[in-house]
Write a protein that binds this ligand. Sequence first.
Ligand code: ZN
Length: 305
Amino acid sequence: MECFICKSKKIGNYYTHRDNSYVKCLSCGLVFLKNKPNLEKLDQEVYSDKEYFNELYLQNTTQQIEDGNRLLNHIAFYKNSGKVLDIGCGRGYFLYTCKQRNWDTYGIEIAKEEAKFAEDKFGLKVFPGPIEEAGDFLKDKLFDLIVMNASLEHMLNPDDILKIAHSRLKNDGIIFIWVPNLVNSILHIFRRKKDLAENIPYHINYFNTKNLKVLLQRNNFEVIDLRTEMITAISGNIFGTLKSISRVFKKTTSSPCADKKEAQIPNNSSENKSIKDKIRAKINKLDSKITFGSSIIVFAKKRKN
Ligand SMILES: [Zn+2]
């Protein structure tokens, strides 16, 4: 067994749950699943499971659209329009937000129920399968923006995925990546074990800021911004974070999303600088110094040779 990032063979046990384990590279800190499913199993079983569709991604639509707009506001600093590819687009909420803001949208989603939802509900163009098999779908397309929001940690071969992303990104394009920050995160000190058990076999790798940077650089990306966030720009808000913490103490086992009803989709996106946004900005500024946030976010571009 060796670490796919630094090739070290010094691997220690990290967390065991039933018949599988997360192990940790003692050199670079990568935490990874010991017994990885193969692509066929992920495609045909893991992400075809109805429970995956029902449990993990049933979230409040209004919140999703709000989060999508917040992320797009971040991205607008680099890119404001063009063609966007969301690798692991899930139900398509983010792409729907992009579409509302006049982006030309494309998605890839291995979970077929999710892909179908994105197509049926939002009229999005989504390839329903693993990106490794999306060659025809991606052929002749170059993107201004590629987003991997909570998907790189699910990938069997991150190098391969980043190579594909690199080949599909325009020379002046931007890639945005969000992954969970397992090891240092304050939130995960409380939630770590439960999170790990819940995420077998979905999360294959847990990166840290250093090894993620190495991975991006060796795939010819130049990192523009890489940092942890206490309250993520994407999936989190302060109330969600507090709810998440309170769940730890309540020890509930139910789905994170109590409200399983689909909320109404608002007609227009709001960009209000609310008090929530101000609190979020203050906390994230603090976290950029202590790197304890539960998320790692990255903006990168193609390296000029
Ligand atoms: Zn390593």
